[in-house]
Design a protein around this ligand. Structure first.
Ligand code: TRP
Length: 470
């Protein structure tokens, strides 16, 4: 086997410094625009309560088991997405890893655009906090003209991608882990301050009721698919991100514990973000209609003004909030790029710096198109393949979250449940913190039956019976 050689190889690939290092990096990947921007707006679109409940079910019954499966595959093989699927299940399964690399490419290319908006609004709110919020300003119109400025959009998303590349090329420990170690604690503190402020507002009661009181008459099949897709998206599952991060883990760390912590933190943060936003929105009469008009822009149209007119300590909290969004996005974009870069590093033998610059630049080319899809370029902005998801941005987001990730996740759960021996899975899950037999037994039941049946059934229902692709 050549133990020395394989140790040397692992060190060259990079490794987390500790279990905490891995948990922080993976949590950083999970917590992102999905939690702060997307979850609130799809919860709004899908009328709250019942949707949230279905989403929580998806997280527990599908997300958690697949999280464990992905980390397990990565840690066992010590390879990134494509190599890991090949090594664990045979050459053909490499294509599932390749599917993931494609997903990372697609998601990062549009994700960087929204991430760029958070930078811009950070700068804007710093200005407003210092020199006063301009009265009579129409934030909706501001936003519409801002996103239509193609050149500016390209610069902002380009800056964000450049920062992402800078971190990824600094390596697993020195780049990715270090960034998450610094940014995540800041993120938690800012979020707690915002939560305290939001709960003191009069709309908080209504917000909590909207989020936690289910009304199933409001729930359609497409909402269920959206909840499932979002569970994959927010946990960074279905595309080998957790396989790749898991491959930098040592055998001394417990997969079960780490997965539980990551999933719990991600879920709590998504709910907290939603409570904050809806408390603010419900505190202002008439705001509901405004939000309904542009849920995508909720974060950038409805909120900025409210920080200055309604939120206690809003002048301090507004810039803090937008830097929080930027930080959360950054710890996610690095994981998206890492999946693509690690594939080129591991499978094509390209050195890390070069691989990062190559893949990052290629992604930027698609990002340019996405940057122009909010009015910067008519043809890219208007077309509609999926109802209500306009432009290349809307189309890619819908494709990635609702189709690419669930399909990838479905194949990963099939592979782990049915093509990995019980002994292999058990010994890998046990390493670093022995799971009791009932941990392993229930995980295996979920990964073999519950997760694939749930994902498969939802996909089939929507494809063959739902006919509602929106
Ligand atoms: N989880 C991130 C979010 O919620 C997005 C993300 C980062 C992601 N890496 C991923 C999604 C990998 C799927 C796969 O914002």
């Amino acid at each position: 086997m050549g133990g020395d050689a394989s140790t040397a190889q692992t060190e060259a690939r990079g490794q987390w410094s500790s279990s905490l290092g891995f948990v922080l990096a993976a949590t950083g990947s999970a917590i992102g625009l999905g939690n702060l921007w997307k979850f609130p707006f799809i919860t709004w679109n899908n009328h709250g309560g019942a949707f949230v409940l279905v989403y929580l079910l998806c997280v527990l019954a599908v997300g958690l088991p697949i999280m464990m499966a992905e980390i397990l595959i990565g840690r066992k093989t010590q390879k990134s997405a494509v190599g890991a699927m090949k090594a664990a299940f045979g050459k053909r399964w490499g294509i599932v890893g390749g599917w993931g690399v494609l997903a990372g490419f697609v998601i990062l290319s549009y994700y960087a655009v929204i991430a760029g908006w958070s930078l811009y609004y950070f700068v804007k709110t710093v200005g407003w906090s210092l020199s006063g919020f301009p009265s009579g300003i129409q934030l909706g119109d501001e936003f519409t003209s801002f996103v239509a400025r193609g050149g500016l959009q390209i610069i902002l998303s380009g800056l964000f991608l450049a920062a992402t590349m800078g971190i990824v090329l600094s390596g697993v420990k020195g780049g990715i882990e270090r960034t998450s170690r610094v940014l995540l604690p800041i993120l938690f503190v800012i979020l707690l301050l915002l939560l305290a402020s939001a709960l003191s507002m009069e709309g908080s009661g209504q917000a909590l009721a909207f989020i936690f009181r289910p009304d199933f008459s409001q729930l359609g099949m497409s909402s269920v698919l959206e909840a499932l897709g979002h569970a994959f998206f927010t946990l960074s599952l279905g595309m080998g991100a957790m396989i790749t991060y898991g491959s930098y883990m040592t055998k001394k760390q417990s997969i079960v514990q780490a997965s539980a912590v990551i999933v719990l933190l991600d879920t709590v943060i998504a709910l907290v973000a939603t409570v904050i936003m809806f408390s603010v929105i419900f505190s202002v009469p008439g705001m509901e209609e405004q939000v309904g008009a542009s849920t995508v822009g909720m974060l950038f149209i409805s909120l900025p003004e409210l920080f200055y007119t309604t939120v206690p300590f809003g002048r301090l909290l507004a810039p803090a909030f937008y830097i929080l969004v930027a930080f959360a996005a950054l710890t996610s974009t690095i994981s998206l790029l890492e999946v693509v870069a690690a594939y080129v590093i591991d499978e094509r033998g390209v050195e890390r710096k070069k691989a990062t610059l190559m893949t990052g630049s290629a992604i930027f080319l698609v990002t340019i198109l996405c940057s122009l899809s909010f009015g910067g370029w008519e043809a890219l902005s208007r077309f509609e393949i999926f109802a209500g998801k306009a432009g290349i941005f809307g189309t890619l987001d819908h494709l990635a979250a609702n189709w690419i990730l669930p399909v990838g996740g479905f194949l990963i759960t099939l592979a782990t449940g049915w093509f990995m021996t019980r002994e292999d899975a058990e010994s890998e899950l046990a390493a670093g913190g022995v799971p009791a037999w009932y941990h392993f037994g229930s995980w295996r039941f979920f990964i073999r039956y519950v997760a694939p049946v749930a994902v498969g059934a939802i996909l089939v229902a929507v494809i063959f019976f739902g006919v509602d692709f929106s």
